[in-house]
Design a protein around this ligand. Structure first.
Ligand code: NAD
Ligand code: ZN
Ligand code: ZN
Length: 344
């Protein structure tokens, strides 16, 4: 079968021919119907050899959807022909966090060598994907896999981040979204759907901000050295009650810190290498700084429900598997609108 693999440090990913996997006991084989490209793949491929621990060759793709093609012995609740989305943050299934569906915070995964698809285990940018447990799929229940596969990360990650700040986002509040790309443009819609907050969106050019407005942002601000002043003006000097940084580079983290209100949540989702000081007085009183990772299985079910009710959509650019390297070139160049989705 064909697969998109990252094969050497610093190289661009390439389409190669590999053996089709077979499901062992408890496992599922999916015929992949769609796979999304995330900026975290770019992060993984930017790591120097001493920091890279995802193995070679790495089949990319941690956003996946497919139709069950075969099941291993002992699989009980998923059958051949089922259309599913993959819950990507795989855990042990037994620890306290996994027992709550929070496999993104599994306390055994590292010690047991459990890796997520596309982030250590073979990913979804291939004709077939092996899923290690029926626990790690959720029924699509009528959702189009191509239009919705990215909800497994670009939807789930902002949903998890936002849900924890909901007590601070009642009527009359302001949420600030930094970066309106794959995660950010879904994050804006989630904020509008489940909170009472007005949303201010920040990105680097008018084209990106146009998408932000299309998906529901109330105000847009260009990301430059005047951004913080604009955000203060828009909030009557008070700042934002919750800040979601979907970029995480030095300039956005500085805007994030400088735009926070008293008691705000400042949530850094982007892995852009930036940092801000966290000491008494470096943020307004009682502001909290958070760095969430992905989301829980129950939150994925909730995100798919939002999509089924038409409350959130994903803006996608579609690519064939042969053309998948070009999706990553566009992601790298910052020229994608929304999310790149590969259809094998
Ligand atoms: P993306 O490339 O689709 O979007 C990034 C957006 O940020 C783009 O619209 C870009 O124009 C904008 N941007 C870049 N520099 C900016 C700046 N200085 N100011 C304002 N906007 C700027 O990326 P994505 O797939 O949405 O991922 C976003 C980040 O989140 C990445 O760092 C990714 O690795 C990370 N991520 C984290 C998690 C997690 O669990 N914490 C999960 C998924 C992705
Ligand atoms: Zn991701
Ligand atoms: Zn666990």
């Amino acid at each position: 079968m064909k697969a998109l693999q990252y094969r050497t440090i610093g190289a661009r990913p390439e389409v190669v021919e590999i053996d089709e996997p077979e499901p062992g006991p408890g496992q599922l084989l999916l015929k992949v119907t769609a796979a999304g490209a995330c900026h975290s793949d770019e992060y993984v491929m930017s790591l120097p050899a001493e920091a890279y621990d995802y193995g070679f060759p790495l089949t990319l793709g941690h956003e996946g959807a497919g139709v069950v093609a075969a099941v291993g012995q002992g699989v009980e609740h998923v059958a051949v022909g089922d259309a599913v989305a993959v819950y990507g943050p795989w855990g042990c299934g037994r620890c306290h966090n996994c027992a709550q569906g929070k496999e993104n915070y599994c306390t055994n995964a590292a010690a047991e060598g459990i890796r997520s698809p596309g982030l250590g285990a073979p990913g979804a940018m291939a004709e077939y994907l092996l899923v290690d447990s029926e626990r790690h799929v959720v029924p699509l229940d009528g959702l189009d896999p191509v239009k919705h596969v990215s909800l497994t990360d670009a939807g789930l990650t902002p949903y998890h981040a936002i849900k924890q700040s909901l007590p601070k986002l009642g009527a009359g509040t302001t949420a600030l979204v930094l970066g309106t790309g794959g995660l950010g443009h879904v994050g804006i819609q989630i904020l509008k759907a489940i909170s009472g907050a007005r949303v201010i969106a920040v990105d680097v050019n008018d084209e990106k901000l146009e998408l932000a407005t299309e998906v529901g942002a109330d105000e847009t601000v260009l990301s430059n050295d005047r951004a913080t002043g604009r955000i203060r003006d828009l909030t009557g000097g008070l700042g934002a009650d919750a800040v979601f940084d979907f970029v995480g580079v030095q300039p956005t983290m500085e805007i994030a810190a400088a735009s926070a209100a008293l008691e705000a949540d400042v949530t850094i989702v982007g892995i852009g290498g930036g940092s801000i000081p966290f000491a008494f007085g470096s943020l307004p009183f009682d502001a909290a700084l958070r760095t969430p990772y992905w989301g829980s299985r129950s939150e994925l079910i909730e995100v798919l429900d939002l999509a089924r009710r038409g409350q959130i959509t994903v803006e996608i650019e579609q690519f064939s598997l042969d053309d998948a390297p070009r999706a990553y070139e566009k992601l790298h160049a910052g020229s994608l609108r929304g999310r790149a989705v590969v259809v094998p």
